[in-house]
Design a protein. Sequence first.
Lengths: 355, 300, 261
Amino acid sequence: MFLEISNLRKTFGTYTAVQHFDMKIDRGEFISFLGPSGCGKTTTLRMVAGFETPTEGMIRIGNRDITGLRPNQRKIGMVFQSYALFPNMTVADNVAFGLKVARRPGAEIAQRVEEMLKLIGLPQLGDRYPFQLSGGQQQRVALARALAPKPQVLLLDEPLSALDAKIRVSLREEIRAVQRELGITTIYVTHDQEEALSMSDRIVVMNEGRVEQIGTPFEIYNLPRTRFVASFVGTLNILQARVLDGPAGRVAVDDQEIVVATGLSGATTGETCSLALRPEAIRIDQPAPGGNRLQGSIEEVSFLGSVVRVRVRFDRNSVSIDTFNNPGITLPERGRPVTISFARDDLVVLQQAPG
Amino acid sequence: MTQADEVVPLPTLTARPRMSMPSWAWLGTAPFFLFALLFLILPTAYLLVGAFQDVEGHFTLENLANLSQPSIVSAYRISLQVSAASALGGAVVGSLLASAVVFGGLPRWIRPTVVTFSGVASNFAGIPLAFAFLATLGRAGLVTTLLITVFDFNIYSAGFNLLSFWGLVITYLYFQIPLMVLILLPALEGLKREWREASEILGASRWQYWSWVAFPIIWPSLLGSTLLLFANAFGAIATAYGLTGSSLNIVPILLYAQIRGDVLHNPNLGYALALGMVVITGLSNLAYMVLRRRSERWMR
Amino acid sequence: MNRSRLGAWLSFAIGALYFLVPLIATMEFAMRIRRGQYTFDAFQIVLTDARFQATFTYSTLVALATIAVGTLLVVPTAYWVRLRLPHLRPVVEFITLLPLVIPAIVIVFGYLRMYNSSSLVPLTDTDLGTDILLTFGYATLALPYMYRSVDAGLQAIDIHTLTEAAENLGARWPTILFRIILPNIRVAVLSGALLTFAIVIGEFTLASLLNRPAFGPYLQLIGANRAYEPAALAIIAFAITWACMGLIQLFARQTQTAPAR
C-alpha cells in the first residue's frame, strides 16, 4: 500500500462536498474517480494535491503523513483540465520548471527535458510557445512538465475534457502507456465512463460526496452494487419487482414471475426491489431452457447503424435490448407481441445505499 | 466566413438585390468618415502641417527651433515631470489597490463598488476636482485645518502649497489612480488561478511564482497602463486651470494662453507647441498599444 | 493568508480614505458659508443663480445634441463594419482611439484655425455655427466611449442572423437598423449616452476657447470669484457624474437578470 486516504471529509460551511472517503492505493496503480459534476471527485483530488484542506481525515504517501503539508512540499505532479502551461515560457522552459525550482544543475535539467519531450512524442517543439500549440499538444506538454521532477504520485483533473473526441481517444492511450512505462501511482478524475473503464486498474464511483463503489472496471460494469452505479456506467435496464419469496429469489415483474439466481436475502414478501439487467444479456424470441421469460410488446425500434435498439414494454416496466444489425433479417415492427428471455444470474440486485 | 455565404437562395422568395448590399454599407459608413475627417483628422493635420510653416506659408523648421525658448522648455519640463510623477504615483497606488481587490480575499461586494467608483472618479477630472482639492488641502481646507487643530502641524508653514507642482500631482492622482485600477483589474484577473496552482504543485514558493510566472506575464500591462496615465496627464488642462489659473507653466496652459491671446507673438509657434504635445501623447499611446498586443497574445 | 488579507484591507481603507475625504471636505466647505453654522445656503445660492440655470440648460441641450449626433454616427458605422466591412475595422478603431491620443485643446485649436472667419466654412462667425462646432467637438471627444459601448452591445447580439432573418422577411436596411438592431442594443447606446452626458456637462476646454455660455466656463468663473459656492458646484457636478455612472450600472444589471431569449 503506497497511497492511503483515510476518513477524508470536506465541508464548506453547511455543504458537505466529500462525506467519507477511504481508500488504499498500491504503488503503480491507475485509479479513476468517476462521477457526475459536483460529486466530490475533484475536491478529493485537490485535497490529495493540497489545494483544499480536509475538514477531517488523513492522507499518507509511503510512510509520510502529508495531510498538513503545503502543495509545494508534497512532491506530487498534477495535470489540469485547462493545461495551465505558463504562457510566457517555451515548452522546454515549462517542462524544466519543476527542476529549476529544485535547483538542479543546468545539464541535468536539459537532459531531463529532452527525455520527457521524447517520452510524449514532441521532441522538436522545445522552442515553441504554448499559444502556438494545439490543445492535444499542450496537454502532452503539461504531462511532461508534471512528470519531469519525478513525483511520487500523478494527479490528473479531467485532462481530456477540453479536447476533441478523436484526440481524446488517442491521448488517453498515450497517457496510460506513459504511466505504465514509468510505473507511477496515478489518480485520474473524469466524468466519462468510457475513459475510466478503458484506462483504470480500479475505479471509484462517486455521487453527491459519497463513494458508491470501488472496484475493477469489470466489477463496476458487470456487478454494480447500487442503482446509481448501474445507471451511470453503461446503459442498464432497471426492473421494479415485487418480492414473492426472498430466499428463493422469486419476484414478480408486472405480475409475471421470474427468478433471481442470487436470491434476495433479508427481503420480506411484498417489498419492492430494483433489479438491473444489461441490454446485451437479453434475447428476443429465443427462449432458453431454465431461464427467465417475460411477455411484452415492442414499443420502439431504433436503428443505430451497427446496433439495433429495441424497446419492449411490459406494463409499468420496460427494457431496452441491443442486437447487432443483420441485413438478412427484417426489423421487428412496433406493437408486435414478443417474448424476451435472459439467464437467472444476469439479474443483479441493486441496493438503495452503498454497501 | 459568414453563414450568409453558404446560404442557398430560396426559390420561393423574390430575388434580393444582392449587388446593392455592399454599396449600402459604404454609404452607411460614409457620414462617419466624413465626420472624422472634418472634425478630427483635418483640424489636427492643419496644425501639424502649420508647425512647419511660417506666416507666409513657406516650409520652415524655425518654429521647432523656437521651441527651445526658456519659457517653453520650462513648460515642457514641468509638464513631463507632472505627468511622470502622477503616472508613477497612479501606477503604484493603483496596482496596490487592484491587487488588493483581486488577490486580497476581500468580500465579493468590494469589486463592483471599486469599479463603479473608479469609473466615476476617473471622469471627475476638471474644474470641480480642483474645487474639491481646494476645499481639502487649500489654506482653509478641511484636512489643513484638521492637521492644525489636532496635530498642531501646519502643512503650509512646512512648505506645502496646493497651488504648486506637488499640489497638482496630488490632485491628478484622483483620476489617475482609478484609471489604473480600471485597466489593471481585468489584466490581474487574467492571471489564471491554475497557473498559480501549477507552479505551486511543481514546488515553487509564492515569490518564485511571482517573479518567474506572474510578473513576466503582467509587466507589459503595467508598463502600458503607466504610459497611458502619462499621456492622460500630459494632455489635461482643465484641472490645472481650475487650480492655478494660468499661473502654473505647463504646456496645455501655455497653449491655452497662446490660443486666447497669442502670448508668444507668433501664431505658428502655437502650432509647434501643439505638434510637440501630439508627438508626446502619440508615442506614449503607441507604446501602450504595442505592449497591450504583446500581452494579449499570451492570454489566449 | 491572514497577513495578506490584512494588507488588502489596509490598501482598500487607505484608498477609500483618499477618495472620500475630498468629497467630505468639499461638502463641509460648502456648508460653511454662514459663519458658525452648517447650512445648505451655498447650494441654494448656486441653484437659484440665473447664470447657473442658463449655462446648465445650455450644456444639457448641447449634450443631448451630441448624443443624437454620436448615436446616428456610431450605430450604423459599427453595424456595417461588423456585418459587411470587417476589413475596415482596424481603421475605424484607430479613428475612435484618436480623441484619446490627441488632447482636446489641440483639437479645438485646430477648429479655431480651420473654421474661423477666413476659411471656407466660417463656422465661428455665428453663434449657431459655433454651437454646431461645439456639438461636433463633443461628439469627437465622446467618440471612443460611444463606439466602445455600442460595439460591445453589437457583439452580444448576433447581428448576422438578425439581419438575415429580417431580410428574408423583406425588410430594407433602415427598418433593420432602427426597428431591429437599435432596440436590441438599447442598453449599450444608453451607456454611451450617459458617458457622453457626463463628459459634456463639465467640459471646460472646448467651451471656453469657443466662447460658448456652457457650464464648464461658468464653473471656472465662479471659482475665480467666490469662495464657498465653487464647493457646492463641485458637489453638484460629482452627484451628476455619479448619477450617470450609477444609471449605467443599473441598466447593465437589468439586462443580465432579464435575458431576452
